[in-house]
Design a protein around this ligand. Structure first.
Ligand code: NAP
Length: 293
């Protein structure tokens, strides 16, 4: 059965939380293209820039009571947990569990459920939220994604100005995923209950070192780019200007680990959506403007 026929069969209102983010924006667009009724939760509706016709509501995860009014008629929720304290999550899950039938939660491939404590704070908060959802009694689907290709937009300014990427752990190897592929899987999960109870590990189709990622950007935009290895300690000091130390150390430790053990590649995206996941090169082509001077 094609996706359009599945949609006809299983239509129900979807609320997208994180609707202006990398993944949520694509979830909203794809649902809208498929004529699935979709409500997008945003902070500031004036700057949302979402497809015409999408219902936009204002809400804030840090004030869970603001979500109540947005849940009328909602069947499933796409939930992104942004950089907010995880202590706010129980109240959010409590509100959702009373009003909707299933949450599709954007989690991380680094979650290891055999561990009581995850090795870094990012995976720890994803594991905690997964546990909260699982124990709440609501239906769920977890999308455990590998590194987002969009993380490499962090290099865009250096590439535009200097044709160089100064970064640590050039040999860190990741199976970066296109945000549209996560969104495409999320749409399937949101409209079809057969995905209830699934923990999908979603990755791109190949693993590339950070040096290879920079080379790929250079090939796509037609410029010679250079990767300049920076020591983790120097980078740590730079990141600490904008981020808490726990997050910074978690990120640096993860890259060190990806030098020793490359991020795995799965074929789950293709199994679910029926076409291969986009390559990193395709992602760069879609975002080439960000890297061109
Ligand atoms: N990057 C990776 O490699 C990676 C890998 C695996 C999993 N993840 C997980 O993916 C998630 C991020 O997804 P993303 O990149 O698609 O998101 P994103 O681009 O970081 O955007 C975050 C979204 O959350 C919204 N938001 C922020 N604070 C909010 C609040 N208080 N109430 C309601 N909405 C709020 C933002 O809205 P505004 O624009 O209005 O602020 C925005 O729509 C994180 O949980 C991350 O850990 C990331």
């Amino acid at each position: 059965m094609g996706l359009e026929e599945t949609v006809e069969d299983k239509r129900g209102l979807v609320l997208v939380i994180g609707a202006t983010g990398n993944v949520g924006r694509n979830v909203v667009s794809r649902l809208s293209e498929l004529n699935v009724p979709v409500r997008a939760l945003v902070h500031n509706p004036d700057n949302a820039d979402l497809p015409h016709g999408v219902e936009i509501v204002c809400g804030d995860l840090s004030e869970p009571e603001t979500l109540e009014r947005d849940l009328d008629g909602v069947k499933t929720v796409f939930l992104v947990w942004p950089a907010l304290p995880v202590g706010l999550a129980p109240a959010v899950i409590e509100v959702l569990k009373r009003r909707v039938s299933r949450i599709v939660y954007l989690s991380s491939m680094g979650v290891r459920e055999e561990r009581v404590q995850q090795v870094d704070p990012i995976n720890e908060f994803h594991a905690s939220i997964e546990r909260l959802i699982e124990h709440s009694g609501i239906g769920w689907t977890f999308l455990r994604a590998s590194g987002f290709a969009s993380n490499t937009l962090n290099w865009s300014q250096q590439i535009r100005s200097d044709s160089v990427v100064r970064w640590p752990y050039g040999e860190a190897t990741r199976s970066l995923i296109h945000e549209r592929d996560i969104a495409e899987v999320a749409v399937r999960a949101l409209i079809d209950d057969k995905h209830s109870g699934a923990k999908y590990v979603l990755t791109g189709p190949q693993a590339l070192t950070q040096i290879e990622q920079v080379q790929t950007i250079g090939q796509v935009i037609g410029r010679q780019l250079r990767y300049e290895e920076v020591s983790p300690e120097v980078m740590r000091q730079q990141f600490l200007i904008h981020m808490p130390s726990q997050m910074v150390d978690g990120m640096l430790n993860a890259w060190a680990e990806f030098v020793r053990t490359p991020e795995p590649v799965t074929h789950t995206v293709e199994e679910i959506i029926g076409r291969p996941a986009h390559t990193y090169r395709e992602w760069v082509s879609d975002h080439a403007g960000a890297f061109r001077a």
